[in-house]
Write a protein that binds this ligand. Structure first.
Ligand code: ATP
Length: 336
């Protein structure tokens, strides 16, 4: 099976070709970089307009170059695209491109949930059976585990996504987007200052921590100390809830997903927690953690093989597409 994947939920215009036979994933991405402030939905969708055709063309070139069949045959078996969650104007550009390509190539369309793709790329690259997944991305933060045909949300943020929370603090400080890597660098020289730690049952909240962090900054607390403490607090919370999710499900596998998963301190905390309880931990390589079409193509292949394709008239995008809305067709034959 060979699948063309297209991603464009927020900032990354990305296209990929996954070849299930060789397990090769070719990814071509073009990132939107705001001039100032955070991601602006209209500017981001203009970026998609501009960049999606370009990245798709490169991915298709690659598919054609590596295709064995006759030149008249489509070099891919299906077109998979991110249906949501994400910014509506961006998703609509990607949806339109995917529909047009599936018609032009005369292959089926596969509609992929972006958050489930963050999870499945971890399961795929680790070869794990049934892991708990911590999705630590820009606009989201939640724990997922499989049960009775769906990925259940075991715990989640009660307000903003984890990356967006960090980015809000760095905007306050005047640093350019994205803020996560800058916080990570500044944290190296920091010392701990008190910040609120907010975990309620399996859910968690970032807004109080962010207000406190901004306040500390306005009170002239050194920014390195705030960055260090932000990481220790936020990642400590995510690690605590991940541990509880492992304990609740009885799973001994944890995978990490999302752009914040590129952070070395978060990975270190999760690794240590897993080591202590004898669980296996896997963080996919960075190109699969941040938004990318590779994960869309990989899950697209599993869905395609399960016959889970979309009719054109049912292919509307969904900015609020939750992972627990997705029937997990590709794991149907597994024991519960
Ligand atoms: P979603 O997948 O929820 O739609 P998204 O589209 O915003 O989220 P991702 O690519 O998953 O995107 O994550 C981007 C986020 O990752 C940004 O908020 C950025 O600040 C954060 N990030 C990137 N690198 C790091 C890092 N080293 N440490 C912490 N955060 C990071």
């Amino acid at each position: 099976t060979r699948i063309l994947g297209i991603e464009g939920t927020a900032w990354a215009a990305s296209a990929a070709v996954f070849d299930a036979g060789s397990d090769d994933v070719f990814i071509e991405s073009d990132a939107y970089q705001p001039d100032s402030g955070g991601i602006h939905p209209r500017e981001a969708s203009e970026h998609m307009h501009d960049a999606v055709p370009r990245v798709v063309e490169r991915a298709l070139d690659h598919a054609r170059e590596t295709h064995d069949g006759p030149a008249t045959e489509s070099p891919v078996d299906a077109v998979a695209f991110s249906r949501g969650p994400g910014l509506g104007p961006c998703l609509r550009v990607v949806g339109t491109a995917a529909r047009a390509l599936s018609q032009a190539l005369d292959v089926p369309l596969v509609g992929v949930n972006h958050m489930v793709a963050h999870l499945e790329i971890g399961r795929h690259t680790a070869d794990f059976e049934s892991p708990v997944c911590l999705n630590a991305s820009g606009a989201n933060a939640h724990l997922l585990a499989y049960r009775n045909g769906r990925y259940r949300v075991l715990g989640e943020t009660m307000d903003t996504g984890v990356g967006n929370a960090i980015d809000k603090f760095t905007r306050h400080v005047g640093w350019s987007h994205p803020g996560g890597p800058k916080v990570e660098a500044a944290a190296e020289d920091g010392r701990y200052v008190d910040l609120p730690y907010v975990v309620k049952g399996m859910d968690f909240s970032f807004s109080g921590i962010m207000s406190a962090a901004k306040q500390r900054y306005d009170d002239d607390v050194p920014v390195d100390d705030i960055c260090y403490s932000l990481q220790e607090t936020i990642f400590g919370m995510l690690t605590e809830v991940s541990e509880r999710a492992l304990s609740l499900t009885g799973s001994d596998e944890l995978v990490l997903g999302g752009g914040v998963g590129q952070n070395a301190r978060l990975r270190e905390m999760l690794q240590e927690m897993c080591d202590q309880r004898g669980a296996a931990f896997h963080a996919p390589e960075p190109r699969f953690l941040r938004d990318n079409a590779g994960m869309i193509a990989v899950l697209g292949a599993k869905m395609y093989d399960a016959g889970d394709t979309l009719a054109l008239e049912d292919s509307r995008v969904d900015p609020d597409f939750r992972p627990d809305q997705v029937p997990v067709t590709w794991r149907r034959d597994e024991p519960e």
